[in-house]
Design a protein around this ligand. Sequence first.
Ligand code: FE2
Length: 346
Amino acid sequence: MILLCSAKQLSIPFILSMINMITPGVQEVQLSGQIELESRFPAIFRAEEKLEKGIEVVADWFRAHRLTILEQLSESGALLFRGLPVHSYQDFDLVLRSLGQENFSYAESLSNAVRHNRTDRVFTANEAPPEVEIYFHHEMAQTPIFPSKLVFYCEQAPTKGGATPLCRSDALLFEAVRRVPEFVKRCDELGLRYTNVMPASADLASGQGRSWRSTLSVDTKEEAAARLAGLRYEFEWLVDDSLKATTPTLPAIRRLPDGRRVFFNQLIAAFKGWQDARNQANKSVCYGDGRALSDEDMKSVCAISEELAFDLHWATGDIALIDNFLVMHGRRPFEGQRCVLASLLA
Ligand code: FE2
């Protein structure tokens, strides 16, 4: 068990009392594997019996208590709601709108993942094949533009595997400072640069197979060049019309407004997972001065992330809210069908 020195007391009983007051039969529960930090991570709420009041009641409840929910989210990092009558992506869209937060659209993002929109807010989380593991990351931390929160909805639970692992980034950093201080110091002082070769058309076999046209919201190479110049990316066109792009130096560590320091980057996901027909994973990220990361350091930080991981094993109908600044997420491989939808909040 790892305890943070900067412990903050969560007011979970408050949100719990609000939930019980408005929707009887919903209460905080424990699941095996929860991580003991200041309190159990993530916070999990469950409807004891199937609620029959309908999605409008649920949406009204989220609307009425959104400030409390969002406050709790920024403190604990992840909230899971299980057993609510959310039966479709349209229901999910209704809940999202009731949170009253600005949408962060996939179309305008620089995400590398191939996704399909169901509504303007709801899209498939990642179309990468089931056997592809997506390693821990903060959403879009490899770009200068990222969402503050993610909301997941499990439309269809997988039959085998397919958990979404969650890891508190402040806890990971705290432990990394203890075990690999020089590595953390280099990350902090030098920052990181990411390199990705984007295909000319979508590559569905890859977890980062989004085409450069879609990624950059452009139609031509000239438009792509202008967009990349505006982002201060370095780039090179390859013979098959794919585009090799390298970001400017981005911070690897950030301090949140409440003082917590987080390992806000895509280091683990890139170093271990950006492997496909165009990219070699361990060459896809380097320090800001161009130096390579060492396998030993990466082994240590990956081990810490797994020690601190909570695997969210989805049940159909689950809704999970994730604070993107505080919590890393990923996707375990799976077999059979699995459909987890996502939405991003600005
Ligand atoms: Fe992600």
